[in-house]
Design a protein around this ligand. Structure first.
Ligand code: DGI
Ligand code: FE
Ligand code: FE
Ligand code: FE
Length: 189
């Protein structure tokens, strides 16, 4: 599908705030792709579609995963909102006709990350966190600067702040989030 067509469809599928966030992630991912020699087109499509399954109830997320035979881990069963990443990759393929595997993978890992993430994966993960409409996370100024200097350092800071945030509010930590944090810790030590 053409970008304009995808935007039109997303505007219907998402609430207003989520759509604004989506455009913010798309443009931020585009800027990061320019700074880090990544495919601009892949960054734009992955940014645009990363949250395409966000505005679905947890009940329906679980139901849709079952229906489409998408594996649900015990952590995802406990925190079904995490499934918007996997389900988003599935919808990007089926409903938005994205065939590019790299784009689909970046959407799939945008919430927890994954050890060994590639440049596009990191760009989407980071753009999601720093896009201009975000204002609640700690250290945003620092992370925004790191994002244009060193993707791995930005990843480590975001993951560390996310783990602290989850510990504080008692959110269940997905094993992948912890493994990703440890991966970047080791990579940068
Ligand atoms: O969908 P968005 O809100 O744009 O962003 P996202 O898909 O990155 O989700 C962000 C939220 O996910 C944020 O509140 C932290 C939370 N999160 C990240 N890793 C984990 C997690 N929540 C739980 N319960 N477990 C995790 O491992
Ligand atoms: Fe998301
Ligand atoms: Fe994120
Ligand atoms: Fe997002």
């Amino acid at each position: 599908m053409k970008r304009a067509e995808i935007e039109k469809k997303l505007k219907k599928e998402l609430d207003k705030e989520r759509y604004t966030h989506t455009l913010g992630v798309m443009y931020t991912a585009a800027a990061l792709a320019m700074a880090h020699q990544c495919s601009l087109e892949q960054a734009v499509y992955a940014g645009l579609l990363h949250d395409c399954a966000k505005c679905i109830s947890n009940h329906d997320k679980l139901k849709l995963c079952k229906k489409h035979k998408i594996p649900v881990s015990s952590s995802e069963e406990q925190s079904p909102f995490l499934l918007h990443a996997k389900l988003g990759a599935y919808f990007a393929k089926k409903r938005y006709k994205v065939e590019n595997k790299e784009i689909l993978h970046a959407i799939q890992v945008h919430t927890t990350g994954e050890p060994g993430m590639n440049t596009l994966d990191k760009i989407i993960y980071i753009a999601d966190y720093i896009e201009p409409n975000r204002d609640k996370a700690p250290n945003l100024e620092l992370v925004r600067k790191l994002a244009f200097e060193d993707l791995d350092e930005a990843m480590l800071k975001i993951l560390s702040d996310t783990l602290h945030y989850l510990e504080k509010k008692g959110g269940k930590i997905d094993p992948l989030t912890l493994e990703t944090y440890q991966y970047f810790q080791k990579k940068l030590s």
